[in-house]
Design a protein around this ligand. Structure first.
Ligand code: 8GP
Length: 839
């Protein structure tokens, strides 16, 4: 954002009313204009997608002035800015969110209606940017929304994957993956900035040399490089004039062709080199909570981090001549270890490129970086083989060795003759294949380390990062996750949002604690019946969707019992499936049994290479087929698997839920965030004492939460004693019946092999204690049924759940990061012209 003072404002482009005006008539004119001049269509010819595009450009125009102005204010005031580094941003659709935040939702609906168009239909046209896997990526998107809404100067950095998370379809019960070609019809929400292109080096070797001042230095002689082009996405704050930036990097080859190769006639190879470079940002790795040591993944990580750091330094140096105030102006949050190579990269840039001394550079680096851990699963911790790492990033490997040498010297001084500790703390894991431990690098190079829920942070301190906690207890803090109420209540549940605003005003949208004020209405009959009516409407809407996409008719009056999230053994979708089979068995045994009718809804993707998770999906679909087609059973129960669970589908599902399944093995789910979105929308939770469930239960009150299962400590103790799942099978008749029915091919058309791996893994290992928690879960589900029979009691609990969720706004999380980790303050952006913001 270079300033050009010689260009007077008179010479600047006149900003026309049609690009900024907010009244309905102006919007209508602008919409038709964009339809004609950008899409090249008139109303007669326009497809629904054209209409979506025209409306998006109309909204974007209105963001641009605020966007540019925000950046100008940040520059002029030389603000301290938060740089959020994340390999994933699971943004969800942009149009509805932009309309809401900029305050144009009602106007847009109004002028479209006059033209016989439906705003919701247009919004449905948008292909969502699925640039993330699950919780971690969605959290980054919520945080971007909250940063802008709280007027905190911030920029998000990430990767513009050409293919986001794959599209899932279900064929014969199995997950099938298709590439997500989300960019194929163009993307109105990004602006390429080729002028801020940067070069990223890879490979080669390093050479020492003596500089003119007689100082020994190192230079990196790379053997290839790739160019990064930034694409900027506007991030508007809710009803303010702040528009922050999300800057995503796309890889390009340095030269269009290798002309030497081209001239020699080998066209294919000349193009192949180009394709090779551009592979770096081709596709998102579809793993959630697992790690796959692929070279291309490390290339992606280094690529976006190097681009981002170069960009940050370029912007900083346009106002400063040395690095003295760098750590005052910039703070870098790394979202898990994916960007942790940034610690070595910043050292390299400072020491090798800007000739800052090592100690000074290290002091700066440690002051700017902070690290958030998102998982307790040891298989998800990133470790790169030293050989692979050194081939790709030879200079960084040297730097990491040097950081490690100095670090371990410090440790030796504090803990003499404690070689075990040294081995555990070392950035390098010794052994037959030496590995670089990225979590250790992140801990050593950061001034703050946080987990994402209280229990998670405690377990990091006690277990996963215990040696670092012993060394630097002051670095550890907790910041419990949160979710944005704009997308996950206002946008996704407009009827409930309207009811809230009618009763308590609109302040809850900026200060979710205000939602607590509905608690005083819990006995108000009109409020209660409106609440019930909205839940029923939302359930009916979801039932319609299910009918359309799954051809299954479900009863909107039944209990909607929902588990949507990535498929992973630790999340225990199997436990819910076993409950369903238990009910099935009971109904087969006793056909006249009166049970609370339930509709079980599952959704979620499995990593394509995760065979067990894929088999669990197949199993659930197989149970669904048997249950739904058995008239004796399907009077009471329906089982639905919604394909291609993503943010858009989530927004439909949360408002329609009665019971939210949060049933991970205690000590495994770092936080969870869908647990928050469900409860905010008035669902009750059945859950374990895991992740943020614990805090949710504390806030909503134990009477309004269905708790079951072993605690993290009990899980630990049981495993330490020696856990034998077989004992549970032998001693629990209903559990045995479930297992035996599956084993006998009851859900696989008599095939006794299909689900064998699944049963064997439970009977012989059961790493996630499905059997150990089975009975407690079944009993707890019985309490759920009892509670649901008493509709008035359930309604009260539903209202109290929403009312007490104020704490779980991502605004609160961001305030905590700002205060405890970033030391950053809001910088309000005043409207450029008072006419621009609507009343
Ligand atoms: C997730 C955690 O599993 C979830 O509990 C938490 O709510 C969320 O992060 C946000 O903090 N972790 C991941 O998604 C994760 O580790 N993903 C990496 C593999 C990409």
């Amino acid at each position: 954002y270079q300033k050009h003072p010689h260009r007077t404002s008179e010479a600047a482009v006149q900003i026309e009313d049609d690009r900024t005006g907010m009244n309905v008539e102006t919007l209508r004119r602008a919409f038709l204009d964009n339809l004609y001049y950008i899409q090249g269509k008139d109303l007669q010819l326009a497809t629904p997608y054209d209409l979506y595009m025209a409306l998006s450009y109309t909204v974007r125009d209105r963001l641009l002035q605020r966007w540019l102005h925000t950046q100008e204010v940040y520059l002029q005031q030389d603000v301290r800015s938060v740089c959020y580094l994340s390999a994933e941003y699971l943004l969800g659709r942009q149009l509805g969110n932009a309309l809401i935040n900029v305050g144009l939702y009602e106007q847009a609906r109004a002028f479209l209606k006059e033209m016989n168009l439906d705003l919701r239909d247009l919004m449905e046209q948008e292909i969502e940017p699925g640039l993330g896997n699950g919780g971690l990526g969605r959290l980054a998107a919520c945080f971007m929304d909250s940063l802008a809404s709280l007027e905190i100067p911030a920029i998000g950095y990430g990767i513009r994957y050409e293919f986001g998370i794959f599209a899932q379809s279900i064929r014969d019960g199995w997950q099938v993956e298709q590439p997500d070609r989300w960019l194929r019809y163009g993307n109105p929400w990004e602006i390429p900035r080729p002028e801020y292109l940067v070069e990223v080096k890879f490979g080669g070797h390093t050479e020492g040399y003596i500089d003119p001042a007689g100082q020994y230095r190192v230079s990196w002689v790379n053997d290839r490089s790739v160019l990064g082009t930034p694409y900027d996405y506007p991030v508007p704050g809710y009803r303010n004039d702040t528009v922050n930036t999300l800057r995503l990097w796309s890889a390009r080859a340095t030269e269009d062709f290798n002309f030497q190769v081209f001239d020699s006639g080998d066209f294919a190879r000349a193009v192949a080199d180009k394709t090779y470079s551009e592979n770096i940002t081709k596709v998102l790795y579809p793993n959630d909570n697992t790690y796959q040591g692929r070279e291309l993944r490390l290339e992606q990580q280094y690529f976006f981090v190097s681009c981002s750091l170069q960009d940050i330094i370029r912007r900083y140096l346009s106002y400063h001549s040395d690095f003295e105030s760098f750590a005052d102006k910039v703070t870098l949050q790394i979202n898990d270890t994916h960007p942790s190579i940034g610690i070595a990269e910043l050292m390299r840039l400072l020491v090798d490129e800007y000739l800052v001394g090592w100690d000074k550079a290290w002091q700066i680096t440690r002051r700017v970086f902070a690290y958030t851990n998102h998982t307790l699963l040891s298989e998800a911790l990133e470790r790169w083989p030293v050989a692979l790492f050194g081939n790709l990033l030879p200079r960084h490997l040297e730097i990491i060795y040097e950081i490690n040498r100095r670090f371990l010297d410090e440790v030796r001084e504090r803990f003499p003759e404690d070689e075990g500790r040294i081995a555990r703390l070392s950035l390098i894991q010794e052994g037959s294949q030496k590995q670089v431990r990225m979590a250790n690098l992140a801990c050593v190079g950061s001034h703050a380390i946080n987990g994402v829920a209280q229990l998670h942070t405690e377990l990091l301190k006690k277990d996963v990062l215990a040696d670092f906690y012993a060394l630097w207890p002051e670095k550890f803090t907790n910041v419990t996750n949160g979710v944005t109420p704009r997308r996950f209540l206002l946008l996704s549940n407009p009827k409930l949002a309207l009811l809230l605003s009618e009763r308590i005003g609109q302040d809850w949208l900026k200060d979710l604690d205000q939602i607590g004020r509905i608690e005083s209405l819990v006995a108000d009959p009109a409020f209660r019946s409106a609440w019930q009516q909205i839940k029923d409407d939302n359930k009916r809407d979801l039932a319609e969707y299910i009918l359309q996409f799954n051809q299954i008719e479900v009863d909107p009056d039944s209990l909607f019992d929902i588990q949507v999230k990535r498929f992973h053994e630790y999340k225990r979708q199997l436990l819910l499936a076993f409950f369903i089979v238990t009910l099935y068995n009971r109904l087969k045994r006793q056909p006249d049994l009166e049970i609370v009718p339930r509709t079980f809804i599952f959704g979620g993707k499995s990593a394509p290479g995760y065979a067990m998770a894929k088999l669990i999906i197949k199993f659930i679909n197989s149970v669904a087929r048997v249950v739904n087609s058995d008239p004796q059973v399907s009077r009471h129960l329906k089982v639905v698997f919604l394909a291609n669970y993503n943010v858009s589908l989530a927004q439909r599902i949360y408002p329609a839920c009665d019971l939210s399944e949060q049933i991970s093995t205690a000590g495994k789910e770092a936080s969870g965030t869908s647990n928050m979105k469900f409860a905010l929308n008035g669902a009750l939770t059945i859950g374990t004492l895991d992740g943020a469930n614990i805090e949710i239960r504390e806030k909503v009150g134990p009477d309004n939460f269905f708790l079951f299962g072993l605690t993290a400590q009990q899980v630990y103790d049981l495993k330490a004693r020696g856990y034998n799942p077989r004992d549970y099978y032998d001693s629990n008749a209903e559990l045995r019946e479930v297992v035996d029915r599956i084993s006998a091919g009851g859900f696989s058309g008599g095939d006794t092999n299909l689900f064998r791996p699944l049963l064997d893994s439970l009977l012989y290992r059961d790493d996630y204690l499905v059997f150990a928690d089975y009975q407690a879960y079944i009993d707890c589900q019985e309490q759920v049924s009892q509670a649901f029979r008493d509709r008035e009691r359930w309604l009260t609990m539903s209202i109290l759940n929403s009312a007490r969720m104020g704490y779980f706004s991502s605004d609160r999380s961001i305030r905590e990061y700002s205060r405890n980790i970033w030391q950053s303050e809001p910088v309000p952006v005043e409207p450029e012209s008072p006419a621009i913001r609507p009343a």
